[in-house]
Design a binder for this molecule. Sequence first.
Ligand SMILES: C[S@@+](CC[C@H](N)C(=O)[O-])C[C@H]1O[C@@H](n2cnc3c(N)ncnc32)[C@H](O)[C@@H]1O
Length: 193
Amino acid sequence: MSSQDRDKWNKRYQDGWYQSRSHASEYLIKRLTENRYHHALDLGCGLGRNINFLKDICDQVTGIDISNVAIQKNIEATSDLDKIHWHCLDLCNLSEIDFKEYDLIVIVRFMNNKLIQKLPALCQPGTEFIIEQHLETDLKVAGPTSRSHRMKKNEIRELLDSCLFLDFFEGIDNDPDGKTVSLVKCHVKNIRE
Ligand SMILES: C[S@@+](CC[C@H](N)C(=O)[O-])C[C@H]1O[C@@H](n2cnc3c(N)ncnc32)[C@H](O)[C@@H]1O
């Protein structure tokens, strides 16, 4: 486990970061409200704001995060641990995850391009991916200041070039808390056999 990353995120969650951001990703809601899934996996789930939405449209939901502080908070706040599963894992090491169990994979503002690129080969054909990431821009927007924590334009299309794109957006957007953000958002289906 990358102990530096883990310590950094643990400190943020101990200091109360993201506590007020309880709304699920609006993109997730927009794309999935009409659908139902068997088992969704939220990678880099943080405090579980997206799991709270996914649990109503899925039979089972699993959230993975490197921060044991976030995962412990989530476990304590969950009443239905038969349906909602939380795991503390470093997603730089994928060997412990059986991606074939899931028909929906969600990644929201957790940057790991190597992981995104590997997903089509790891998942069953038909699995859907919803991905939302900060996008590079010259404008003054909320979110990470370092370019290395933002995707480049069209990068997601290159990483997922074997997938069918059901929806794609790159540009300036507004978060529900009123902050201006630059985002890439996509909903894709794995068609790799
Ligand atoms: C900006 S937060 C986003 C959290 C959540 N997806 C959301 O939208 O609220 C990024 C999350 O990625 C997690 N993370 C960072 N590196 C990780 C890694 N190597 N493995 C698993 N999770 C990681 C952090 O702990 C943090 O919770």
